[in-house]
Design a protein around this ligand. Sequence first.
Ligand SMILES: Nc1ncnc2c1ncn2[C@@H]1O[C@H](COP(=O)(O)OP(=O)(O)O)[C@@H](O)[C@H]1O
Ligand SMILES: [Mg+2]
Length: 261
Amino acid sequence: MPNWPPTDGAGGSASDGPAISLRGVRKSYPLGNRNIEALRGIDLAVERGGFTAIMGPWGSGKTTLLHLLGGLDRPDAGEVVVCGRALAGLSERELTLFRRREVGVVFQQFNLLPALSAMDNVCLGGLLDGRDGPALRARGMELLAELGLSDRATHRPDALSGGEQQRVAIARALLFEPPLLLADEPTGNLDSATGELLWRTLREVASRRGMTVVVVTHEPASAVQCGRVIVLRDGLVAGTLNSDGMERGDLALRAAVLARA
Ligand SMILES: Nc1ncnc2c1ncn2[C@@H]1O[C@H](COP(=O)(O)OP(=O)(O)O)[C@@H](O)[C@H]1O
Ligand SMILES: [Mg+2]
């Protein structure tokens, strides 16, 4: 489709350099009269292209990190640069556009709107962006077809299987052809066979586009499919593993050692 993605700043990236760069990133949540320090000074860089996994025990800050990368939340301190954009320098309006157009996010719980059809869930970001009409619907249909969901366009989420719902969520994330895809335990609510299929789908859509993908996962079998694994522990980067050529048991062991050391 020649008119998609839109060329008025959507998609693409602001400059060269790594896809993601974090320096001294801190984030805490108030809880009663305490402060939970979810991230306590994160430094990391992710090069463009390919898959990076984030592993770590429950509560180590993985979801908080992903939310900061996606512009869904702001850090208390430190610098978050995504695709050449320093997110702290963006106004609320610019951050909204960044979230909508430049980064796709896939959640464990799918997070589809239950009252909307698969098609409308995929196209909602385009409507919010003021894009209506046949081009948007054609774009939605193109993505649903790519995800093998052509015959599910009019179904609401409750009429779809978990795997289908997550594929709708992937189609939604791709609407503006963002350079970066973030996924938070995307197969956590799927059985293992469906999860494996979903991983294959993620790999296909990402490699077709040369996207940068960051995936939070508990599964060593998934993490070994990523070139690089960042292990978080207690809100800090405990270490980085290159999973290329590693066996899943080996990776699980090394990640566990890093996470507990
Ligand atoms: N909205 C919130 N309010 C209070 N505490 C939170 C909130 N979100 C996360 N936390 C706390 O921050 C820490 C990190 O959480 P999270 O980023 O969700 O970790 P993970 O995804 O690795 O399990 C945990 O101790 C968690 O309880
Ligand atoms: Mg989490």
